[in-house]
Design a protein around this ligand. Structure first.
Ligand code: FE2
Ligand code: FE2
Length: 214
């Protein structure tokens, strides 16, 4: 676990043999927010560190970009410890979570929505084709601190990237973000436009090095 940015802690699990770093984040706000649960095994491994950071406080929200094991596979593990935590996700993910009987405590968000508390405000951004059958997932940007949670964009493999931060301009970061892997050109274009106007101060990556935007 590393404090990687003010109020932001990173937890990492490295998936062998591909050496893919799977990150989770805790936004240590008045109402604490976990971003991604990691897969079940990861959640089990990082839960003691999360509990250590939170002490007596309860986890309020768990943000899920899309329904995949590294994003929410550990949800039931985390909910065992924090049963009142609210999963914030797309309608597609909500259907999966309900269908698998994982949780009923869900707040569905769509692009353009926000998630606000006394000391944070998340903008919800469309993540085209992130969900199964090419449905739309969501991305999160915390506006008070300027943190963009990039999920599977700005992705790198082949090394443990825990605690690593590189510097880059937002323009360059977008060029190598992997948006070009989205199969439909109109979707690529829309995401590029949405992200182009974000100008975050920090990118908390789901898998690669984080980025301090210069
Ligand atoms: Fe993913
Ligand atoms: Fe991921």
């Amino acid at each position: 676990m590393t404090q990687i940015y003010p109020n932001l802690y990173q937890f990492t699990y490295v998936m062998e043999p591909i050496k893919l770093s799977m990150h989770q984040y805790l936004l240590d706000a008045e109402e604490p927010v976990l971003i991604q649960t990691g897969a079940a095994q990861q959640a089990q491994a990082t839960l003691p560190q999360l509990k250590q950071l939170l002490g007596d406080r309860l986890l309020k929200y768990i943000l899920i970009s899309h329904f995949e094991s590294d994003e929410c596979g550990g949800l039931s593990v985390v909910l065992k410890e924090y049963p009142n935590a609210v999963a914030v996700c797309s309608e597609t993910t909500a259907r999966q979570l309900l269908g698998f009987g994982i949780t009923q405590n869900i707040e569905v968000k769509k692009p353009g929505d926000t998630l606000k508390s006394s000391d944070f405000e998340f903008d919800i951004i469309a993540y085209p084709s992130a969900e199964m059958h090419m449905w739309e997932g969501i991305l999160f940007k915390e506006k008070c601190r300027g943190i963009f949670f990039s999920s599977d964009f700005m992705f790198s493999v082949g090394e443990n990237t825990h605690g690593q931060v590189m510097e880059n301009s937002w323009e360059e970061a977008l060029k190598i973000s992997g948006i070009d892997r989205i199969p439909i050109p109109e979707m690529q274009k829309r995401l590029m436009e949405d992200l182009g106007s974000l100008s975050p101060s920090f990118v908390a990556s789901g898998h690669g090095r984080c980025i301090k935007v210069i």
